[in-house]
Design a protein around this ligand. Structure first.
Ligand SMILES: [Mg+2]
Length: 347
């Protein structure tokens, strides 16, 4: 399957996406029902009448969350949400989840019950059933792996690789809040570790804290798009950041894009907190990640209809591939978008 390599390759040289591409190269789908495999927000399985939509996400303590500031109830909620977000990003409806956890004896039954309270809250909100999973022990941290299963009609499924030139680029909600929320939590944790007598100062930052600790999956936006009879031409959820996720759409659709700084939705609380941290709110919006908003493209003729959905902003358009993927700033200057940042500001 894999070539025999004499040299040892560090995984870090590939990165997450490079690793996924590397594995995907060795996968060939043999069942006709495996309509879409690796490479989108979720896999699509053709069952005849309906498509089954499947996505898995794993959250690892110390990598994806820090229990010093992440309440277990919120963590349970978030673990479900991030999976359901991938199902919505295929324009599908989630119905079931399985939950697998690995935990050490550091956790009491009561602590794990708290985690499940959050899991059940998310299930109730999104009308999904917990139908199974696995539990095992872990020598150190907590690991939560959730698989979400949904359905969609074949003609309703929206992929990443189908954006067309001149389509409009849209995003739901606002961006950068989850990232700046994390900066605030990490700062307060550091202060607390250095001096436990100082209580965390989190006042007036409810919105950005919630964006980080208890994000929402945009079921409402998917419903409104249906209501307005808009079918996106391509869609992805924003887990890695607007830049990175827009690049996924463009790369897979073989197109370019221009998005406009002045059109990017940034909440005032995000803006103020970023400024307080000496961070550029624009960079937080572009590269922050974990917003779990929907990034999608629509046909130009749907412009009037999309304007009626107040949760959605039109931020740019799709161009020919050779025009590249870029941000047009407020003065009209054009900056190429890179996966890990907006190069002009990283210099
Ligand atoms: Mg995704």
């Amino acid at each position: 399957m894999f070539e025999n390599k004499e040299n040892r390759t560090d995984l870090s040289t590939l990165g997450e996406f490079g690793f996924i591409e590397h594995i995907a190269k060795s996968v060939s789908l043999k069942n006709a029902s495996s309509l879409k495999g690796i490479g989108d927000d979720a896999a699509i399985i053709d069952n005849g009448n309906k498509m089954t939509v499947v996505s898995t996400d794993m959250l690892v303590e110390g990598v994806h969350f820090d229990l010093a500031f992440h309440p277990l109830k919120h963590l349970g909620y978030k673990a479900v949400t991030v999976n359901l977000s991938d199902i919505y990003a295929m324009n599908a409806t989630p119905h079931q989840i399985t939950v697998s956890i690995a935990m050490s004896n550091r956790f009491s039954l009561e602590a794990i019950e708290e985690l499940y309270v959050g899991i059940f809250m998310a299930c109730e909100r999104h009308e999904v059933d917990l139908v199974g999973g696995d539990t095992t022990s872990s020598t150190s941290g907590l690991i939560i792996s959730i698989t979400a299963i949904g359905t969609a009609d074949k003609e309703d499924v929206v992929y990443r690789n189908t954006a067309g030139v001149n389509d409009l680029v849209c995003v739901s909600g606002d961006l950068g809040g989850a990232y700046i929320g994390l900066q605030l939590l990490e700062r307060e944790k550091k202060i607390f570790v250095e001096n436990p007598k100082i209580q965390p100062d989190l006042e007036g930052n409810d919105y950005i804290l919630e964006r980080q600790l208890k994000p929402e999956a945009r079921k409402d936006v998917i419903a409104k798009l249906k209501e307005q009879k808009i079918k996106p031409t391509a869609m992805i959820d924003i887990s890695d950041g607007l830049s990175s996720d827009l690049l996924h759409i463009c790369k897979q659709s073989d197109v370019g894009s221009a998005i406009y700084e002045e059109k990017l939705p940034i909440d005032v609380e995000t803006f103020n907190a970023a400024t307080e941290f000496n961070l550029d709110p624009l960079i937080c919006a572009l590269n922050g990640g974990e917003d779990y908003e929907l990034l999608f493209t629509i046909k130009q003729e749907d412009y009037e209809k999309i304007k009626s959905i107040k949760e959605v902003s039109v931020i740019g358009h799709i161009t020919e591939k050779n025009a590249g993927v870029s941000l047009v700033d407020k003065s009209g200057s054009i900056h190429p978008i890179k996966a890990q940042g907006w190069d002009a500001l990283l210099e």
